[in-house]
Design a protein around this ligand. Structure first.
Ligand SMILES: [Zn+2]
Length: 101
């Protein structure tokens, strides 16, 4: 069994809550909302899709958050922020796009 944690919109309590995705063998995954305890069972392909959607959304919105940081205090930000943290999300986003084609 493999466990993945992510934040998703719960279809039961309609909150963005931490979700525990548990893979059971190769045929089933169980998603549990840690806010209300709601549990659904889905095929693993669907669980992976949900997870990737969420991950992709977070990676793609990250440059925007970084841009806001830069505007807030540009000198301190540039002098303390390691460059590889900026380039890494972009590489990951590119990899996800490739795997979806
Ligand atoms: Zn819930």
């Amino acid at each position: 069994m493999k466990e993945v944690r992510t934040t998703l919109l719960c279809s039961n309590c309609f909150k963005e809550a931490p979700m525990k995705i548990l893979y059971i063998g190769n045929s089933m995954a169980k998603i549990t909302c840690e806010s209300c305890g709601y549990t659904i069972k889905v095929a693993p392909e669907e669980a992976i899709e949900l997870y990737l959607d969420d991950l992709k959304h977070r990676i793609l919105t990250k440059p925007l958050r970084i841009a806001k940081e830069i505007r807030k205090d540009s000198f301190q930000f540039i002098s303390t922020f390691p460059l590889r943290v900026i380039t890494k999300p972009l590489r990951v986003a590119r990899e996800i796009d490739k795997s979806m084609i």
